[in-house]
Design a protein around this ligand. Sequence first.
Ligand SMILES: *[C@@H]1O[C@H](CO)[C@@H](O)[C@H](O)[C@H]1NC(C)=O
Ligand SMILES: *[C@@H]1O[C@H](CO)[C@@H](O)[C@H](O)[C@H]1NC(C)=O
Ligand SMILES: *[C@@H]1O[C@H](CO)[C@@H](O)[C@H](O)[C@H]1NC(C)=O
Ligand SMILES: *[C@@H]1O[C@H](CO)[C@@H](O)[C@H](O)[C@H]1NC(C)=O
Ligand SMILES: *[C@@H]1O[C@H](CO)[C@@H](O)[C@H](O)[C@H]1NC(C)=O
Ligand SMILES: *[C@@H]1O[C@H](CO)[C@@H](O)[C@H](O)[C@H]1NC(C)=O
Length: 556
Amino acid sequence: MLSAVVLLLALPFCTADSASSYAGSTLVDSYPPPGATNAPAVNAYFPDGSQVGYAGPTPTGAEPAAIITAIPFSKVENAYPLSRPHSADGANTNFNVMRQWGNLAPMYSVESFGLPDASPIIPEGCGLNAVHLLMRHGARYPTSDSGSSHFASKIHAAASKEGFSVTGDLKFLATWTYKLGAEILNALRPRLAVRLFSFTILPLTLPFISFSNGVAFRYRYGNLLNAFTDLPVFRTTSEDRMVDSALNFAAGFFDIRTYKTDYHQEIIIEGVNFNNTLSPNHVCPNSNTADIGKFGGTQANKWANIYLKDAQMRLQPMIQGFNLTISRLADMQTLCAYETVALGYSKFCNLFTEEEWEGYEYYVDLSFWYGHGPGNPTAAAQGLGYVQELVSRLTHTPINVWNSSTNSTLDSSNITFPLNQPIYVDASHDTVISNIVTALNFTSLAATGPLPTDHIPPRRSYIASQIAPFASQLVAQVLSCPASEEPTHIRFVLNDGVVPLTGIRGCTDDSNGLCALPSFISGMHERIGQIDYAHDCFAKYTIPKPDNIIDGRYPR
Ligand SMILES: *[C@@H]1O[C@H](CO)[C@@H](O)[C@H](O)[C@H]1NC(C)=O
Ligand SMILES: *[C@@H]1O[C@H](CO)[C@@H](O)[C@H](O)[C@H]1NC(C)=O
Ligand SMILES: *[C@@H]1O[C@H](CO)[C@@H](O)[C@H](O)[C@H]1NC(C)=O
Ligand SMILES: *[C@@H]1O[C@H](CO)[C@@H](O)[C@H](O)[C@H]1NC(C)=O
Ligand SMILES: *[C@@H]1O[C@H](CO)[C@@H](O)[C@H](O)[C@H]1NC(C)=O
Ligand SMILES: *[C@@H]1O[C@H](CO)[C@@H](O)[C@H](O)[C@H]1NC(C)=O
């Protein structure tokens, strides 16, 4: 398996079996390309984060000390160096609590989105021509003013009053302190790259960290660097964690000593009224209203009232002077996730049973489906700008209509929006990746239909931890089959799972998830024409019946 990858990467336009004339010959590549403008990653038109501003809030948290609270070196897949969390019943030792965390789960390789025979390895007979990566930042602290911090302040207030007491499994709350910051990448932030560099094995075992992803992406796609004639432009938004993640990725992808001069890092302003395809919600007002914007939370809360009832009955007797409401219980599950990724360990995890963790996973699925996915009428509109950019890059044709979150100043310049790169890397958010896969009409993810709020359906195609976990990666592979200079096909690999494209008009069934490039492009043109950005983002309307929103648009 490995040798096939190496061969394909070394000889991008040749199939494996036609390579005999190269056998045993020595290949040497050099990067950066000779004559490339060797500008620093942060320069006049790509200023550094502090010049761009709009970093958002940046409160830090406490240093982790997992060595005191837990055995930090459990070698469970995707857990190291975190301590593997357990459920309250813990009967099934294969049960992985971390996978139940939805968008707070560390990225894991998805086995299949419905194409059991497909693998992320380039199909036999095809060559790799280009790659478009859309990635999420790495493990972070909670949002400012979140349920996690509210839970802490409520407990703190209650604990200072007469009558507060904790026993049994909740006894730890008597001395528990809140150690999380907000918004920014957690303790494993920028110094990480430097810190990890001396452990060559470690980065690959930390898939929820952008540095590791940069290293892994170089292993997979490094040979495409040979096709650059100038330095690549990679894009991110201006929030602190976004800039850090982009730089961490670059440090892993290029060279820790030289990455600042190996490419250009473009930082697009993320803020109210700024057009930005990687953070479109600021120019889509309906996505921020209590009715439409909070619809995900509304739907998820209906389910929380059901799946957390048992936990409430079990745990409330262990705490006096504090009401364990359903929403506080959900906050406690969220704290398990955030504490584990920030501190290496959390005492909130094993308060909940496996069934309650499955309930939590579904709770996050509901909040993404109805908040940022097929069940929200602004989701496709928010993903539209990136789809227009993708089509522009695939066709090497500049965008000339500005009717979405695209920024005309940036996207009509071939400096800030080049159209001829063999590798594109864009950093974005969980919610935006969810918007974008909706705009791309990946209907296989929505195949099992609108999610019910009163039970977990036996089969479901939409699982947030597979779409938007920490350091999530959506990769468009542009291929030629048979291998040649001219690309003929495209396919999408979401966290290592190949996505079927049969929902897109013109794309036919293919066991490797391939769609002919011209068909995909005309399908996307049609989809772009279907999405009414002005209406879905700006018109005054109330949320339609949940069952009527099926592809992220206001029903027509
Ligand atoms: C577009 O981007 C430019 C460059 O960052 C910025 O100055 C301008 O304010 C942006 N416009 C909008 C509408 O976002
Ligand atoms: C818990 O809830 C009950 C019923 O709403 C209320 O009467 C009581 O004051 C609450 N206790 C605390 C500590 O908030
Ligand atoms: C920002 O987006 C709006 C809505 O699509 C558009 O009318 C405007 O021209 C865009 N501004 C820029 C600078 O691209
Ligand atoms: C970029 O655009 C400028 C002006 O439109 C043009 O002169 C230049 O050749 C373009 N560069 C590339 C690499 O396409
Ligand atoms: C999007 O998906 C729906 C459902 O599969 C399909 O009916 C529609 O034709 C698709 N639109 C495009 C442009 O592919
Ligand atoms: C937006 O522009 C595209 C062309 O890029 C066009 O196909 C689409 O119909 C436009 N949408 C609206 C709502 O005007």
